[in-house]
Ligand binder design. Structure first.
Ligand code: HEC
Ligand code: HEC
Ligand code: HEC
Ligand code: HEC
Ligand code: HEC
Ligand code: HEC
Length: 407
């Protein structure tokens, strides 16, 4: 009896020691795939706790993530987990021992099962990817908050399930901090061969989410210096946003928020604060004569069309957004930002004579930045023949007569 207890105690001590050791090895020896100039993202917390704790709950931080049960949105319970394509074809979202799956059934027989490996997005919708060799593929069914339900992944058919849509490095450049990739020999040296089929992605090099150093640049020297010099309170070895001009500040966001239809000059993973967008994209191939930009992912070009942008020389994205937070403030708070420039006293306030009962000051947003359907993203829910619209704020601040209809 006594001997048993002793060996049990030794085993327990050993176990704790091994767990401790393996954690040391995990965190200490895994180098950052981006190179030694990058610190671990967690290291920022020690000195920037408030910013860090806010940023790790933001949509940027979850722009891509491992498809764990915690990160995957949507209902996996029977009765809520199927997408019906026709009387004999459906895709069912299933929880299995080895993870979460989308399973294709023909006549109630499973014919193809693909695991949720990665998720992209949390705020409005979430789409998922699976790994196969050196490629990622988008799963045919996505989750949409607007309907609190599953729907076709953007651009996918609602009648024919498709598991073969390749997702190339382009999408990772907007949704993650890094993934290493190379072209296969057929396309080597040609950056414009931006065809996902020729890109080989390296699974283990993925740095998921949009972390601190994606926006601020590599910070290992900054961390090293301030750890050694705790008494120095001014920042060293990091680009200060205060030293950037307006265009540089805008470009820091526009690198991902100016649409995805332009020809690329170099990988957006190389973008550092202070860089100019012009070094990353060629001018649009076909000048857009209609000047119509999609509300999805092109906030920069829409904002640029606004008189507020053109005739003030101070608006940047940070005028209204905390880069470490979420765009989930009440409209009254955003309206305060408008009234920072538009006041009755200044003679440039709203010229509308509102109908009785409408308080202009609570909500400049719904009238002057109305929600519009994205042309780039539409989806169908199971059993519906029509597309649901994907509504986002237009960043073209203007007078929209249609938005004012008051019953
Ligand atoms: C050992 C402490 C320490 C660590 C760790 C640290 N910083 Fe800093 N950082 C500072 C100090 C000190 C300043 C200057 C005072 C301030 O702005 O808070 C600063 C300022 C900054 C600034 C503002 C620069 C400016 O002038 O506007 C940024 C951006 C920044 N750090 C990013 C990071 C990132 C990203 C990480 C993690 C990779 C990080 N820091 C980790 C100490 C640290
Ligand atoms: C989406 C891009 C983005 C991400 C991600 C991001 N930052 Fe920032 N950060 C900015 C911008 C832009 C500013 C300047 C804000 C301004 O002009 O008001 C800034 C300012 C700062 C500052 C100085 C001012 C302040 O608020 O204290 C620090 C320190 C900082 N960031 C640290 C971090 C750390 C640490 C992380 C990760 C936890 C991080 N940032 C993630 C864009 C970003
Ligand atoms: C590396 C690409 C990238 C950069 C750089 C970037 N963003 Fe984003 N941003 C995204 C993606 C992707 C999403 C969508 C996440 C989702 O769908 O949940 C997003 C979402 C947002 C949102 C919406 C968040 C919400 O809560 O709805 C705001 C606001 C935003 N970004 C502002 C900015 C600003 C301001 C900057 C510059 C300081 C910036 N972004 C830089 C990729 C980027
Ligand atoms: C940095 C200052 C600034 C901010 C912030 C700002 N504006 Fe403006 N806005 C201007 C200037 C300058 C003009 C052009 C001159 C004028 O009409 O006063 C303008 C013009 C406008 C116009 C006329 C547009 C047209 O096409 O005729 C509207 C409407 C407007 N702003 C609404 C808003 C709303 C709503 C917000 C908040 C979401 C806002 N503005 C935020 C500076 C600003
Ligand atoms: C004049 C204020 C203002 C400016 C400047 C501004 N935004 Fe916004 N943004 C908003 C408002 C208001 C919303 C909607 C928030 C909501 O509905 O909860 C929003 C939402 C967003 C969203 C989420 C998409 C959506 O429709 O919910 C993204 C992404 C975004 N902004 C990016 C940017 C970027 C990038 C810039 C700079 C190019 C920028 N914004 C400049 C006011 C602004
Ligand atoms: C109920 C919808 C509604 C609300 C709320 C509203 N506006 Fe307006 N606004 C309009 C309309 C419509 C016009 C054009 C009126 C006209 O015919 O002169 C207008 C005109 C303006 C103009 C002048 C545009 C020009 O031609 O130069 C500005 C600036 C403006 N609004 C700013 C604001 C601001 C700032 C707020 C929030 C404090 C706000 N508006 C709230 C509907 C609205």
């Amino acid at each position: 009896m006594k001997k048993n207890r002793k060996s049990l105690a030794i085993a327990a001590v050993l176990f704790v020691f091994i767990v401790f050791l393996s954690q040391c090895i995990n965190t200490k020896t895994k180098p950052d795939p981006r190179g030694a100039a990058f610190a671990t993202e967690q290291s920022c917390r020690k000195c920037h706790q408030a910013v860090y704790d806010s940023a790790v709950t933001s949509a940027h931080f979850y722009a891509s993530a491992a498809a764990t049960a915690k990160n995957v949105l949507g209902n996996f319970n029977a009765g809520h987990n199927s997408f019906i394509y026709d009387s004999i074809t459906k895709v069912v979202m299933e929880q299995r021992d080895s993870g979460l799956y989308q399973v294709l059934y023909k006549n109630n027989q499973p014919t193809e099962a693909r695991r949720f490996d990665l998720v992209f997005g949390t705020r409005h919708a979430q789409t998922s990817l699976y790994w196969q060799d050196d490629h990622t593929y988008e799963l045919p069914v996505s989750y949409y908050h607007a309907v609190n339900n599953w729907g076709t992944s953007p651009g996918f058919s609602a009648t024919v399930p498709n598991f073969t849509r390749l997702i190339g490095v382009d999408s990772f450049e907007c949704h993650s901090s890094y993934i290493s990739h190379k072209k296969n020999s057929a396309a080597a040296g040609n950056y414009f061969a931006a065809d996902a089929a020729v890109e080989l992605l390296e699974k283990n090099s993925l740095v998921s989410g949009i972390g601190c150093q994606r926006c601020h640049g590599p910070a290992a020297r900054h961390v090293g210096f301030h750890e050694q010099n705790p008494n120095i309170k001014t920042a060293s070895f990091i680009v200060s946003n205060k030293t950037l001009n307006r265009q540089q500040q805008l470009d820091q966001c526009a690198v991902c928020h100016s649409g995805n239809d332009k020809r690329k000059l170099q990988s957006r993973f190389m973008f550092r604060p202070g860089d100019m967008l012009a070094n990353y994209f060629l001018p649009a191939v076909v000048a857009d004569s209609t000047n119509h930009f999609d509300v999805h992912g092109n906030q920069f070009n829409l904002l640029k069309q606004s008189k507020c942008f053109l005739q003030s020389n101070s608006i940047t994205c940070s005028s209204c957004h905390d880069p470490h937070g979420n765009a989930t403030l009440p409209v009254a708070v955003y309206s305060q930002k408008c009234m920072g420039c538009h006041t009755e006293a200044g003679g440039n306030f709203c010229t509308l004579t509102p109908a009785a009962g409408i308080a202009l000051k609570d909500n400049c947003i719904d009238c002057h930045m109305p929600k519009e359907a994205s042309g780039a993203i539409s989806f169908q829910v199971s059993g519906s023949a029509v597309s649901s619209s994907y509504l986002l704020r237009s960043h073209r601040i203007a007078v929209y007569k249609a938005a004012v209809k008051v019953n």
